[in-house]
Design a protein around this ligand. Sequence first.
Ligand code: NAD
Length: 483
Amino acid sequence: MSKLKNFVAGSWLDSKTDEFEAVYNPATEEVLAEVPISTREELDEAVAKAEEAFKTWSRVDVIKRARIMFKFHELILEHKMELAQIITKENGKSIGEALGEVGRGLENVEFAASAPSMMMGDSLSAVGTDVEVTNYKYPVGVVGGIAPFNFPMMVPCWMFPMAIVCGNSFVLKPSEKTPMLASRLAELLAEAGLPDGVFNIVNGAKDVVNGLLENPAVKAISFVGSKGVGEYVYKTGTANLKRVQALTGAKNHTIVLKDANIDVTVKNVISAAFGSAGERCMACAVLAIEAAIYDDFMEALVKATKAIKIGNGLEKDVFLGPVIRKENQERTLAYIEKGIKEGATLRLDGREKKFDKGYFVAPTIFENVTPEMSLWTDEIFAPILSVVKIKNLQEGVELANSHTLANGACLFTNNASSIRYFRENIDAGMLGVNLGVPAPVAFFAFSGWKDSFYGDLHCNGKDSIEFYTHRKVVTARYPKEDI
Ligand code: NAD
């Protein structure tokens, strides 16, 4: 059984820990590798190396740093299928979705390659007699990245390409459930010419996270994961005087109005609710359908959902893979039980499909879900869709706004006034109009609201440049008598 290593200052190191966790293929239950639960000391050693590398890397011309991103981009393209296969094996999502994830990560690398223009400051030539002001951007130092299991490629790529192209060094703690992809990215970064110590990986769990949050050499923390851990990371990191961005949980609502195209909308909702087994922070968790089309829509939705192919994501045409671990499967089944007990109507029961192995849960649809039920309050992060009948758009918006999580929200309609009403009144940061998963392209901030995000500057877009840099604002006088 292969034991994963840590990647520090360009070397692959065996962890000194005696604690390891199995990395499973959730579709087959096969153990793919063992991941070390590294110690605090190992994290501190990696941070010290990253701090050392920062001294020279931060002074490398930004154009040269960007060229490494171009090369990294080329290598990702060359290894696209191999990377996607690693994702499918360790995460369970279909190979099509894994390829899509590689593509989204690539987009971040493309964006990072634009650092020479994005890092430009601004200036004013005359703010007083012979006085001008110029603003320069500088890297902040060592950045720590803490990633969730559901996007082993895309989420770390929200962090390290921009952080390192801005001149920072980086220590990544991948999810201990899906840690394999990051190791391959480290190899490709080294092949692209990234100097040793600029990008490091310390595998592990809580101790490594706490080390990143407490080590004074770590100046910024990018976290993506669940609400509870995100809140802890934000509070602890800021209490230790670091800048922190914490992208957390979600319970995304989709509103379907009576003038929506039913076939197109059903297709989008299925992809958003059940794609990646519902383990997406932009998944559609609650579907609010206008009463006038409710019955027709539900009939089409249930029929199309029953046709979904479930299985090992590496197999052809499989759409729905397993959830990540046995505990997640059991937790999902417990939510189905709870939903029934709480009085929701089980329209499609995922428990009816049996599987020989793997942590599968077939798509499940509940109707008559109300805001008191755990089906509505909790982020289930599984292929369970909760459906509500609404009388109009206003009711749908009010329902969505009453949730504390506010990552994304979608609207399906052909009416421009409804679209405007939705945009102006919904309290969520990423909106979709006539599409199901409104994850913005890398050039825009990934901008959850309320308890879906703690911090100020988000990942991606111009926010990411600001997050990974600080400024020097130079006010200079050039006396005329010098000429
Ligand atoms: P998680 O919070 O369990 O883990 C995230 C990271 O935190 C992991 O690296 C993990 O090792 C670490 N961690 C876990 N428990 C910890 C603890 N007690 N102390 C310190 N560190 C700890 O999340 P997950 O299950 O891996 O991922 C799913 C969650 O991530 C969902 O809630 C999902 O909505 C969220 N997510 C959010 C976004 C977003 O952009 N908002 C994107 C992807 C995933």
